[in-house]
Design a protein around this ligand. Structure first.
Ligand code: IDP
Ligand code: MG
Length: 148
């Protein structure tokens, strides 16, 4: 099986709820390795660029405003099938539908239809996407041993 890299973001709502440690523990317990990380924040313009693929969708403005609303933690995760493994750990996009045992299902119980962009975490959806998303947040130096 192939070792992959994926970009994880712990979103502003997770920092507000103080479940950063719990999320990182779940990542490590699932056999994924955190190989780069930083706490940072992004401007509205940067958030809009990061989520460019969703431009024009009804939730786009709310999503970008939310992502620029507070600190976030970006991480590069390494492991076999890291992309799909981390997406399974996150659970469904809609926290109202995400299963118990997933990050979104367990920490997003207070979310409503009106603010369901607040789903705690981001994870790349493919190896190719991960490559550009990692480059968005991390310089070559910061990526350390990540071969991409
Ligand atoms: P993903 O994060 O599970 O890959 P995407 O479809 O790529 O889901 O959507 C990006 C982000 O946009 C989601 O994580 C969530 O924060 C937000 N989002 C997606 N669909 C909706 C929606 O229908 N309402 C509100 N926010 C949404
Ligand atoms: Mg996505």
């Amino acid at each position: 099986m192939a070792v992959e890299y994926t970009l994880s973001i712990i979103k502003p709502d997770a920092l507000e709820k103080r479940c950063v440690g719990a999320i990182m523990s779940r990542i490590e317990n699932a056999g994924l390795k955190i190989v780069a990380t930083k706490m940072t924040s992004i401007s509205l313009e940067e958030a809009c660029n990061f989520y460019e693929v969703h431009r024009g969708k009804p939730f786009y403005n709310a999503l970008c405003t939310f992502m620029a609303s507070g600190p976030i933690i970006a991480m590069v995760l390494e492991g076999e099938n890291a992309v799909s493994k981390y997406r399974a750990l996150m659970g469904e996009t809609n926290p109202l539908k995400a299963s118990s045992g997933t990050i979104r299902g367990d920490f997003g119980k207070d979310v409503t239809e009106a603010n369901r962009e607040r789903n705690l975490v981001h994870g790349s959806d493919a190896v190719e996407t991960a490559r550009s998303e990692i480059a968005f947040f991390f310089s070559t130096l910061e990526r350390l041993s990540v071969v991409q």
